[in-house]
Every structure is written in C-alpha cells, then in structure tokens.
Write a protein that binds this ligand. Structure first.
Ligand code: HEC
Ligand code: HEC
Length: 301
C-alpha cells in the first residue's frame, strides 16, 4: 500500500513538474512576442473627406468589426471581462480626452490596423491583424474618413489587464494576444478589388472576414486553439454537409439576424451582430462567390 502511494506521489510530482515547465516555456515565448520591437514603415492610404465617404466609413466601422470592440461612439467598449483571462477595453479612437490616437499620423493608422503594430513599435494586444492585413486601401481610407470626423468623446478606458494564463495560452498558440508575427508585412495592396456585388468582391470579404474561422477552402472544421470553441460549419454548396440547400434569403437572414433556416441561432462566437451592417451588395457578392465554389465535404478547413 505504502509503496503504491509513493508511486502515485511520484507520478503527480512529475506531472506538476512538466506542467510548470511547459507553462514557463509558453509564458516566456508569449513575452518574446509581446516585447518584440518592429520597425515598419508602410505607405499611408488616401482618406476621402466628403460626406458620403464619412457615412460609408461609419457603416464599414461596423461591418468590418471595429465597432464591436471600439464601441458605437468609437470611444472604446468592454471586450473581455473574464477573471481567468483578463479585462480588456478597445481603445478610444475619437479625439476626446483619453484618446489613443491624438498623436497618430496617417502611417500610424495603417501600421496599427494592417500590421498589428502600435506607433511605439510594439504589437497591439487582443486586436487582430491576421485578417486586417488583407483590408484594401479603399476600406481603410473610408473607415479613417469616419474616425477623423467622429465627435470627440472624453473617456479614459482602463488599461488592458491580461492574465498570465492568457499569455501562457498565447505561448501555446491557443489564443492570439498579439498577431504581428502572423502578418505578411511586405503584402502589396496595389491590385485591389473595388466594392461591388461581383464575386471578386465576395472573395475579398471572405478572405478578410470569414476564412480565418471557416477555413481556407471554406469547408469548416475544428479550429486549432483553445478547446471548447464552437466549430465553424461548411459554407460550400454541398447538399449534405454545407449550404447546398440554402437560398439567398436563408443566407441574408442568417447574416443579419443570426437565425438559421431551421430556427437555431448562430453562436455569437461568430460576430454576426457586426455583419448585420454588411450591405446588400456585399452579401450578394459573398453569396455568389460561395455558390461558385465546388461543393466540398465538411471539415477540410
Ligand atoms: C477584437 C477587438 C478589436 C477589433 C475588432 C478592433 N480593435 Fe482596435 N483595438 C482593440 C484593443 C484591445 C486595442 C488596445 C490594444 C493595445 O493597447 O495593445 C485596440 C487599439 C486600437 C488602436 C490604438 C492602438 C494604440 O496605438 O494604442 C487603433 C488605432 C485601433 N485599435 C483601430 C481599430 C480599427 C480601425 C479597427 C477596425 C478596422 C479595429 N481597431 C478593430 C481591439 C479591437
Ligand atoms: C470567429 C469565427 C467566425 C467568423 C469570423 C465567421 N464565422 Fe460563420 N460561423 C462560425 C461558427 C463557429 C458557426 C457555427 C456556430 C454555431 O454552432 O452556432 C458559424 C456559422 C455560420 C453560418 C451558418 C451555417 C450553418 O450551416 O449553420 C453561416 C452562413 C456563416 N457562419 C457565414 C459566415 C460568413 C459569410 C462569414 C464572414 C462574413 C463568417 N461566417 C465569419 C464562426 C465564424
């Protein structure tokens, strides 16, 4: 009996040592990413200043996801408040007291949004540029057009509080706290697709906003990362495992209200409340592109 206890103790001790060792390694790896200094000088984008552009920019601020984290008034929203993971607010992007962007140059905007790097040269945390790296000059210029004219709001958001556990998950690649090292900083934006209802524009929107979750081939499948996340389904027109039997109306209702044809709600892990701001043209473009894909079986990602 005594001997058995000894063995159990030894195994538990070893498990503890391994856990502490792996955690320490992962934490150090995450700190390497957070403290990495980048020196990147992208080109600025043209920012239109007519009224129609400001309005379209405000729509895109919602449709492209910024509003979810930066709030309806662009002065910052609570994004995460989970004791184990941290408390995180999006920054105040207006010119009021507490603004994060008062000293921003045109180039700083591009570096933050498309490269995931702040003017200090250190990576943004929580804000994700893996996908935003694909944003066209056109979209970014319109969003900046809105932000430049957004009414100043005085709000000092609490500083980011990210727990050691989140950094350990980051070090294990379960959670993206920083994304600068997943961006192609040499990416060229000169062959850009103009907004329209055509499938080429749908391809752009899917690349920018959907493929990170639904997969490169859009056939869905389990996300690598923290266990327990809902599984992105197949968006290709396969009859059994995809959207083969969906109509365009089914699709627009799902994107605007989160409701599937069978009445089940789409888990809010997919930010469909933000996509409600997508235009009819954008939805048509995305749908037309999806319908032109070969039907694939679920799970190839
Ligand atoms: C997932 C949530 C999220 C989304 C989506 C998001 N942001 Fe952010 N953003 C943040 C957080 C969190 C910070 C603070 C980051 C930090 O301090 O490291 C931030 C910071 C910023 C900053 C200031 C960085 C600095 O210098 O302190 C700018 C500018 C910015 N975001 C612009 C945008 C724009 C434009 C969009 C949409 C294209 C956007 N963000 C989408 C979460 C988000
Ligand atoms: C953050 C990850 C994420 C992003 C980004 C995302 N989705 Fe999803 N999507 C999901 C998940 C997960 C589900 C399933 C949710 C559930 O199980 O309730 C889903 C469900 C769907 C459904 C319902 C399909 C079905 O068979 O039930 C459609 C349609 C859809 N997504 C389209 C899109 C489009 C189009 C985009 C881009 C504009 C997009 N999604 C972006 C994760 C995402």
């Amino acid at each position: 009996m005594k001997r058995a206890f000894k063995w159990v103790g030894a195994v538990l001790g070893l498990a503890l040592l391994v856990t502490v060792g792996v955690s320490g390694w992962a934490y150090a790896r995450a700190m390497g990413k957070v403290q990495r200094h980048w020196d990147i000088q992208p080109a600025a984008v043209a920012v239109p200043d007519d009224e129609a552009s400001v309005k379209e920019g405000q729509r895109l601020f919602g449709a492209r996801g910024c509003r979810k984290c930066h709030g309806d008034d662009a002065a910052g929203a609570l994004i995460l408040d989970v004791p184990l993971l941290g408390t995180v607010y999006g920054a105040n992007l207006t010119r009021g007291a507490g603004s994060a962007v008062l000293a921003y140059t045109d180039v700083d905007w591009v570096r933050t949004v498309r490269h995931g790097i702040k003017p200090s040269g250190y990576p943004t945390e929580v804000m994700d540029s893996k996908e935003y790296q694909y944003m066209t000059d056109g979209d970014l210029g319109l969003i900046l057009s809105y932000l430049r004219s957004a009414p100043p709001v005085d709000r000092q958001n609490p500083p980011l509080k990210i727990t050691a556990l989140s950094y350990i998950f980051h070090g294990l690649d379960w959670l993206d706290v920083t994304t600068a090292d997943q961006v192609d900083h040499e990416r060229r934006h000169d062959a850009e697709v103009a907004p329209s209802a055509a499938p080429e524009f749908g391809k752009y929107v899917l690349r920018l906003q959907c493929q990170g979750c639904h997969g490169e081939t859009l056939s869905g499948g389990k996300l690598s990362g923290a266990p327990g996340l809902p599984i992105p389904p197949n968006l290709t027109p396969d009859d059994e495992t995809g959207l083969g039997k969906w109509t365009y109306a089914d699709f627009t209702t799902a994107m605007r209200t989160g409701k599937r044809p069978d009445g089940r709600m789409i888990d809010p892990f997919m930010p469909w409340d933000a996509y409600a701001a997508m235009s009819e043209d954008e939805l048509t473009a995305v749908w037309t592109y999806l319908r032109a894909q070969p039907p694939r079986k679920f799970g190839g990602r």
